[in-house]
Design a protein around this ligand. Structure first.
Ligand SMILES: Nc1ncnc2c1ncn2[C@@H]1O[C@H](COP(=O)(O)OP(=O)(O)OP(=O)(O)O)[C@@H](O)[C@H]1O
Length: 612
């Protein structure tokens, strides 16, 4: 999961749910205006009650004014009751949108061959709940602040405009101070969450590997590593805690300083002609309006607001919304996918001195590997089981990062490309195909939602999945992945990849559950598809179809055209020789099925074990 927030402004994100529901927003504003009545009237009513009632020797009249205020409070409370359900109607769809975003982001990662961190997904869904609560809290606090402070300031304008000069400057200064502080607190809060997650990650990994740690005597190393992360967590928490007292300063400046100035200036105001009631009314506006509103704002934004900002940014960073899909193409272009027109990005592949190992201390699967695949290339990767074919597919596709060396996909490190840009360049179909519950149509065009029905049908035909689609009941049918065989799932994933706009297709034994004829049909379709093709060969026939072959045989890497590799690689000669020596099988071509390249049957094909 990404640790840092994207540079995305939060305000538009928070305002968008309100703007998306203008009717509710209007009703909310109207009820809020009614809610503002007590804040607006408070100072005036007190001034009238004092000047015309209590101070003028008419206590009953004074009480009557205060009773009028009671009516205003009652109206405000009734309006609050009406406004709450409207707030819920804004907040709940906002939560639904976020959940949808997390679910769709996970799906996109799964179908494009990226591994999905299940615990990360569950952490994020918890964060969605946190965002929902915090968003509701922030809406309440900000709305309350605007109503109360707005009402009090307008009330003061009508009561005694001079008072505003004493109240507004410290109020604005305190709020400005708080905004500056809020930015620093948001950064500190994010650091605390990231540090928390790092501790959880280390503890989780250590618990899972406790036997290995004990067996290797690595306890002290793990302990030191964990201690480092706990110290970092404590330091982040201390940094956040150190900022908290500054909130009090903001409250003092924005909430208490206006009151102090008012009290100090009271004799002068009285001497200038302001009545006792008006001075008391101004004090009421500050004490019962401004001050509580400022306190709620500072506490609310400093608590819920920070959680909202950090959690929302992390969700957006982990699962950015998909970029808008291009509109449907002209009818004449609907029969085949057009990768180069929909994704006009470069997609040549270049690996330079790439070294990769699974974990520190493990033997590298590749050391100083160089490989180039120009745009439009067709490469088959051949080698015994466990030699690194899937690892190579992962490196090319950006699901694995090299330990050293460079990988470039269209000139960019694939692992560093944003998910959308990566999906626009390449599609990886792993051995275990991913199919989700839903309509077959949604599954097939998941990587190209704008594909029209003709395009989907053409892709189904091309890949040879028409009998499967007919058997399932047509492309509109709902499917349950659990009822599909591995081969059927592979066919669905192959059509999905064929339809995708990505010009580079990486098939990692993606046809291993198909029979040889079905495999040939699918692979030939991808060969005709515009763009590049990398096939991790399950059968040697895949290599015979490719323009270039890369043989990984443990001690070295041999690549070139079929004939060239045949001359240079004994392993490749063995594989192809076995295939062509078997007359009965070679006549039909179905013999390919008997010479799998990438699993244990290789041993039975008389390949020396030392080569693997
Ligand atoms: N996630 C992993 N963690 C640790 N080691 C791994 C991991 N995945 C693969 N390996 C190891 O890396 C080496 C290369 O594996 P890889 O899956 O790339 O080989 P392969 O040629 O694709 O094999 P196969 O044909 O059986 O799929 C193997 O020794 C394998 O055990």
């Amino acid at each position: 999961m990404s640790a840092g927030p994207p540079n995305e402004a939060l305000l538009p994100l928070l305002v968008a749910p309100l703007r998306a529901r203008p009717g509710r927003l209007l009703r909310l504003v109207l009820w809020s205006l009614v809610e503002a009545v007590p804040a607006l009237l408070a100072g005036h009513v007190v001034a009238l009650a004092v000047d015309r009632g209590f101070a003028a020797g008419h206590p009953l009249r004074g009480l009557a004014w205060l009773a009028l205020m009671g009516l205003g409070v009652f109206a405000g409370t009734w309006a609050t009751r009406q406004a709450y359900p409207l707030l819920a109607e804004v907040v709940e769809p906002f939560r639904d949108d976020l959940v949808r975003q997390v679910a769709q982001g996970s799906l996109r990662q799964a179908v494009s061959g990226r591994s999905v961190d299940a615990s990360g997904v569950s952490r994020l869904t918890l964060q969605v709940e946190m965002v929902r609560e915090a968003y509701a809290g922030v809406l309440m606090v900000v709305r309350g602040f605007l109503l109360t402070v707005g009402g009090a300031l307008i009330g003061m304008v009508f009561l005694a405009p001079l008072v505003l000069l004493l109240v507004a400057p410290p109020l604005l200064a305190g709020l400005a101070l708080f905004l500056v502080l809020l930015r620093r607190m948001a950064t500190a809060q994010r650091d605390v969450i990231v540090a928390d997650e790092r501790v959880a990650e280390t503890v989780g990994a250590a618990c899972a590997a406790v036997r290995d740690i004990a067996a290797c005597g690595a306890e002290s190393g793990v302990r030191d590593h964990l201690a480092e992360r706990i110290d970092a967590q404590a330091a982040a928490s201390r940094r956040l805690a150190a900022l908290m007292p500054a909130r009090v300063l903001c409250l003092v400046v924005a909430g208490w300083l206006p009151l102090l100035l008012l009290l100090v200036a009271a004799p002068g105001l009285r001497a200038g002609g302001l009545s006792t009631g008006a001075v008391l009314g101004a004090v009421t506006y500050v004490m019962s309006g401004l001050q509580p509103a400022v306190r709620s704002l500072i506490q609310g934004l400093g608590g819920s607001g920070l959680r909202l900002a950090v959690a929302l940014r992390r969700i957006r960073a982990a699962y950015p919304p998909p970029s808008p899909q291009p509109g449907p193409k002209e009818d004449s272009a609907r029969t085949l996918p057009q990768p180069r027109t929909t994704a006009p990005t470069a997609y040549d592949v270049a690996l330079t001195a790439v070294t990769f190992a699974y974990g520190v201390g493990a033997d590298p699967v590749f050391r100083d590997l160089d490989l180039t695949l120009p745009e439009g290339g067709h490469l088959a990767v051949v080698g015994p089981s466990g030699i690194g074919k899937s690892t190579l597919a992962g490196l090319i596709s950006g699901t694995l990062e090299p330990e050293s060396g460079q990988i470039r996909l269209g000139g960019h490190p694939p692992g560093a490309l944003p998910p959308e840009a990566l999906s626009a360049r390449r599609v990886l179909v792993p051995q275990e195909a991913y199919v989700f519950s839903g309509s077959l149509m949604d599954n097939l065009r998941y990587l190209r939602p704008d594909a029209c029905e003709d395009e989907v049908v053409a892709a189904v035909e091309a890949v040879g999945a028409a009998p499967l689609v007919t058997r399932l009941g047509g492309i509109g049918t709902l499917i349950d992945p659990a009822t599909l065989s591995s081969g059927e799932r592979q066919q669905i994933a192959l059509v999905r990849a064929y339809l995708s706009p990505a010009p580079l297709v990486v098939l990692d034994e993606a046809t291993c559950h198909l029979d040889p004829a079905a495999e040939a049909r699918a692979e030939e379709a991808f060969t005709r598809r515009p763009g590049s093709l990398v096939v991790v060969a399950h059968r040697i026939s895949s290599a015979l179809r490719a323009r270039h072959v890369l043989v990984l045989d443990g001690s070295r890497v041999v690549s070139g055209a079929h004939q060239e590799v045949l001359e240079r690689s004994p392993l490749y000669r063995d594989l192809v020789g076995y295939w062509s020596d078997d007359d009965e099988l070679s006549e039909t071509g179905a013999g390919n099925e008997e010479v799998p390249v990438g699993n244990d049957v290789v041993v039975r094909a008389n390949l020396p074990r030392s080569r693997s």
